[in-house]
Design a protein around this ligand. Sequence first.
Ligand SMILES: Nc1nc2c(ncn2[C@@H]2O[C@H](COP(=O)(O)OP(=O)(O)OP(=O)(O)O)[C@@H](O)[C@H]2O)c(=O)[nH]1
Ligand SMILES: [Mg+2]
Length: 323
Amino acid sequence: VAESAADLYEKLLGGERRATARLITMVEDGVPEAREVLQRLHRYSGKARIIGLTGSPGSGKSTLAFRLAEYYRKEGLSIGIIAVDPTSAFTGGALLGDRIRMQGLSADPEVFIRSMGSRGALGGLAVATNDVINILDASGKDVVIVETVGAGQVEVEIVKFTHTCVVVTMPGGGDEIQAIKAGILEIGDVFVVNKSDREGAARTAADLEMMLETKPGYGAAAWKPVIVSTVALDGEGVAELAAAIDSHRQFLVESGNLEEKTILRMKAEVREILSQTVGRAAEGALGPGGPGEELLRRMAAREIDPHTAAEEIARLLFKAPPD
Ligand SMILES: Nc1nc2c(ncn2[C@@H]2O[C@H](COP(=O)(O)OP(=O)(O)OP(=O)(O)O)[C@@H](O)[C@H]2O)c(=O)[nH]1
Ligand SMILES: [Mg+2]
């Protein structure tokens, strides 16, 4: 029996996990009714702290996410964890110990864990992820952790949807730091050298520090990125990481940057949605039976150039008065 959008909405606000899970699946599948629920939910979101965890594959992001979740649970906070396009699923590669700890966490009604594959890429993975952040936020989660593999444009896009971005790295000589250099340095508020039980951790932290301090604009920046060393395996340094995340949060609140960040988040969100809408409209206009069909023929006959044709279509799409 299909649940109506109104039912789903009520159940979600009532804290029903199944409703949350169902709505997320609907978002991933691009089911139109999901939008109706998202619209209604919007005014209930905006309370959660949103933390991004990004960094190279296998650096320990998932393990750290669980550790952080355990830490926040002890503080009495509820948690949502989203893993975006994980190279290894939560139930996959992890060691037995990890799996058992994870099962413990996922049995906790105050913890909601979800992996998002590129299945949701249809409507844009970044938008789908942000929808899921908002769903977990509205469902009452105090903290939402978003894990992404810090590689592509989508990840950088997703980081814009978080309040605090944690970049996770591990000892591994120059390669590791080199990987970080590509764009990731700019987006980190907190940097973690995980697997500090391994050789070369101090060196990696020192290299990182030097890179951050020589970054253009470092002296003028109001927030100086913090570097934390952790061993996610046994939880060492996790309290320090939580403290660093907290002080960044504090900074955002006190400097008024939180509000600015929220506006930027909304902007990124609307921009993504708009560009998709406009893209689809353009496809439609140029498709069979669309107003562009005739224009395309005229272009082929060299009667009209592509710029003029695009202008005409834009005028049709946006219904702007002809000039
Ligand atoms: N030695 C050591 N191993 C760790 C530490 N943290 C995590 N690992 C191990 O590193 C491996 C990868 O950990 P994950 O937490 O899955 O890493 P990830 O960054 O989420 O990996 P992907 O999502 O696949 O990119 C696992 O086998 C962990 O047990 C650590 O502090 N020290
Ligand atoms: Mg992972």
